[in-house]
Write a protein that binds this ligand. Structure first.
Ligand code: DSN
Length: 444
């Protein structure tokens, strides 16, 4: 086989990758679950390790030739244990959903009751959302977030006492407050449930000390590795000392559930190596500063948006993300703002807000996050500029109303997308954003 570069072998894909790089350079990535990885992480991810099959665990593989892969996986495990202060880490899950699926396989039987934060209130699909395996094979009793962004723990406790869950999830994808590990632990312990913290969104903040660590409160921790942790796409399942005290076989059960339990087979060794690199980076003083700056930036942005008259769920944020509440502009307005922001160079995502009058396809809010723009070095003064741009973009769409009829709505949104692409004010903002971004190069 000839040794060819990507450019020589497949110029079409090479050009598209360059275009994506340019898009990232010229705009603001503000989807809170995204980030810009380091060059070192990308290098590990694009390495020869992708070629190896390694079913099993270090020292117990089904294939030969894994001495080096074993060393890499052990390094990743040790770094995860050190970073999160846990006695056991499985670093093989390919992503967040397989990680959470492994938890169910390890501790639940089909038909068991599980509790998780309601999907439309910021919870994750795997925490018992309708239409997913987690509600099909388990009896899901969701808990809810109030309009003001708070959780009614008395109600959660009553439901837990009544329904006796086997497992309770704490952690979510769109929750602008600190995760309530202590409050949920009191409830879980009272009813004898496993408490699992899904810290995918805040894992980097936890390592940086900008968010509490759940290790002392929960039995199991799951996380993806590509959000605030700034690693490759991937995930981990960790067992805490509290988890081992509840069930000394818990770590073995988790490992068996990941493989050969049916969640996946061969681990992605290039991904494991890149996770190890990201964990090493996350334990540096620079990353500690980064994690705290992510939160400072989010708070500054939320405040600046509020000063522009924009409504923010729970009146601000305690972490890396915020939810703009657009219900004042009618149901489902997130669709308009997301598209208009994208045309202006800000990538964010439409999102439901607590007690959303609409649906996840046409939600009434927008989720904004600061992990990626903080990686580029942006600070509080830049957040004021971003708030100004968001307000100007909102001005362009605030008078639109989503029609009720489903067929007409599809046509309305299609026409809106054509019209907004021609909006000169948004084109001007895009240029201003590009100028700001040119002062903050990407890390690769
Ligand atoms: N898709 C992730 C997010 O955007 O929050 C959750 O898995």
């Amino acid at each position: 086989m000839k040794k060819l570069t990507l450019q020589e072998q497949d110029p079409e894909i090479a050009a598209l990758i360059r275009q994506e790089l340019q898009r990232r350079q010229d705009g603001l990535e503000m989807i809170p679950s995204e980030n810009h990885t380091s060059l070192a992480v990308l290098e590990a991810l694009g390495s020869v390790l992708t070629d190896k099959y390694s079913e099993g665990y270090p020292g117990k593989r089904y294939y030969a030739g894994n001495d080096i892969v074993d060393k890499i996986e052990i390094l990743a495990q040790e770094r995860a244990k050190q970073a999160f202060l846990v006695p056991h880490a499985n670093v093989q899950p390919l992503s967040g959903t397989p990680a959470n699926t492994a938890v169910y396989l390890a501790v639940c039987e089909p038909g068991d009751v599980i509790m998780g934060q309601n999907l439309a209130d910021g919870g994750h699909l795997t925490h018992g959302a309708k239409g997913t395996f987690s509600a099909r094979f388990y009896k899901s009793v969701p808990y809810y977030v109030e309009k003001d962004g708070s959780i009614d723990f008395k109600k959660v406790r009553q439901d837990a006492i009544e329904h006796k869950p086997r497992l309770i999830w704490v952690g979510a994808s769109a929750y602008p407050k600190l995760f309530p590990f202590k409050e949920m632990a009191e409830i879980a312990d009272e009813v004898g449930a496993y408490l699992v913290a899904d810290i995918a969104h805040v894992a980097g903040l936890v390592i940086a000390g900008a968010h509490p660590n759940p290790a002392e409160y929960v039995h199991i921790i799951t996380t993806t590795t590509h959000k605030t942790l700034r690693g490759p796409r991937g995930a981990m399942v960790m067992v805490t000392q509290k988890g081992l005290d509840k069930d000394p076989d818990l770590a073995k059960k988790i490992d068996k559930a990941v493989f050969p339990g049916g969640v996946q087979a061969g681990p992605h060794n290039h991904q494991t190596a890149a996770i190890a690199v990201a964990l090493k980076e996350a334990m540096t003083p620079e990353f500690k500063e980064y994690g705290h700056q992510v939160v400072k930036n989010a708070k500054a942005l939320a405040l600046a948006l509020i000063e522009k008259g924009i409504e923010i769920v729970s009146g601000g944020t305690e972490n890396h993300l915020m939810l703009i509440d657009l219900t004042a502009y009618g149901k489902g307005h997130g669709v308009f703002l997301e598209e208009a922001l994208e045309r202006a160079g800000i990538t964010a995502n439409k999102n439901t807000v607590p007690k959303d009058p609409s649906s996840p396809f046409y939600p009434s809010g927008l989720r904004l996050g600061t992990p990626a723009i903080t990686t580029r070095g942006m600070k509080e003064e830049d957040m004021k500029k971003i708030a100004e741009w968001v307000a100007r973009v909102l001005e362009e769409v605030k008078d639109l109303r989503l029609v009720e009829d489903k067929k007409e709505r599809v046509l309305q949104v299609r026409q809106f997308k054509k019209d907004i692409a021609e909006n000169q004010k948004l084109k001007d903002i895009k240029q201003e954003i590009k100028e700001l971004c040119s002062k903050f190069p990407l890390p690769y």
